[in-house]
Design a protein around this ligand. Structure first.
Ligand code: EPU
Length: 330
């Protein structure tokens, strides 16, 4: 296992922030995982996939374990089992091409399979928790593998047990229950419009439509560096909804299926505060979607952090709502 010192991570984070880490290794297989030093503390380790949900604000004094993209997908006991280094979208393509349904709405999400349970990725009314059966983790302190059930992952909106970073775990594989007769979820506005009631699209057709919607709204990180939604959509109660609606009748409110809990749109809140397309130097928010923090060129991590804090403060001042970052900040 070759350990690189003072390694530059600019090409390994989709916000394209220029910064270095202390030590860096590449992981291509389970054997590579098993060769990791066992004495690295949890706080000294950073497991990196495609870096699509990360804002690096400075050089990091960490041992970076980079899971290299490599596709490995099999079917075991009727479950689709994928290696953590598989590109998420390759997995979606592999499954819809075999007419296995359940993750077609998650087409086009950047990142690797290992990162998907980490933040319970979701889009167009579906979350990975809806089909995930288990997550296998490698414990680099003990050298043992361990399987967590769906329940043990403690999934909620863009959150899971893995976000606590208090266990020496690296996600190695996941098992998904995807079937030829899985129900379609076309409840999201644009999908509903596209597929009328009497037409039942294939999983491939749904995935293709989702890709079209995504491409029309979200910037390609290879062209305009970004990390997807920068903040979560805030969950608010009925009282707050009422208070805001008195002054802002158009505020989008979505049901969460939980009593007295509603979701509003962080993008809308940011747009109302003037951040859609706002730019200072090379840090800014995307002009077609206010929830996407973008790097127009040479923004530093500190520039991007400053811009995100400014936006957060403005939303707090105008709406008394505290936005919470979806992206991990280091
Ligand atoms: N809107 C605005 N201004 C904008 C963009 C959107 O006011 O600039 C409002 C519109 O009213 C729109 C509503 O926001 O109806 C929702 O927008 P959109 O459908 O684009 O979804 P989102 O809530 O902004 C969430 C996820 C995305 C996911 C989409 C589609 C979060 C934080 N983000 O975004 O996930 O792709 O729904 O399901 O939950 C990600 O997590 O990185 C991500 C891209």
């Amino acid at each position: 296992m070759k350990i690189h010192r003072n390694y530059n991570l600019k090409h390994l984070n989709t916000l394209s922030v220029d910064c270095c880490c202390d030590q860096y290794v590449e992981i291509n297989s389970l054997a590579d995982l098993e060769a990791l030093p066992t004495d690295i503390k949890i706080t000294e380790m950073l497991v990196l996939g495609s870096g699509s949900n990360l804002l690096l604000t400075q050089d990091i004094n960490r041992f970076v374990v980079h899971i290299k993209p490599r596709r490995h997908i099999t079917i075991v006991d009727n479950l689709v089992v994928a290696w953590a280094g598989t590109e998420w979208n390759d997995l979606v393509n592999w499954t819809v091409d075999r007419n296995l349904g359940g993750i077609e709405n998650l087409a086009g999400i950047p990142g690797l399979v290992g990162a998907a349970p980490f933040q319970n990725i979701g889009a167009y009314g579906t979350e990975i928790k809806d089909v995930l059966v288990w997550v296998e983790v490698y414990n680099w302190h003990t050298g043992l593998y361990h399987r967590l059930s769906n329940e043990e992952c403690m999934f909620t909106y863009r959150h899971s047990v893995f976000k606590y970073h208090d266990q020496p775990w690296i996600i190695s594989r996941i098992g998904l229950d995807l079937r030829p007769n899985s129900p379609l979820n076309l409840s999201y506005g644009n999908l509903q419009e596209k597929f009328s009631n009497d037409f039942k699209p294939s999983y491939r057709q749904v995935a293709d439509e989702v890709l079209k919607i995504r491409n029309s709204k979200l910037p390609d990180p290879n062209r305009l560096p970004n990390a997807g939604s920068f903040f979560k959509n805030p969950i608010i109660n009925a009282q707050i909804v009422k208070r805001i609606q008195r002054r802002f009748k158009d505020i989008p409110i979505f049901d969460t299926n939980k009593a007295n809990e509603f979701k509003t749109s962080a993008a809308w809140l940011l747009e109302q505060c003037g951040f859609k397309g706002h730019r200072e130097g090379d840090a800014g928010f995307y002009d077609k979607h206010a929830l996407i923090l973008v790097n127009h060129g040479d923004a530093t991590g500190a520039d991007l952090l400053r811009m995100s804090k400014m936006a957060k403060r403005a939303v707090k001042n105008k709406f008394s709502i505290e936005l919470e970052e979806e992206v991990r900040i280091l």
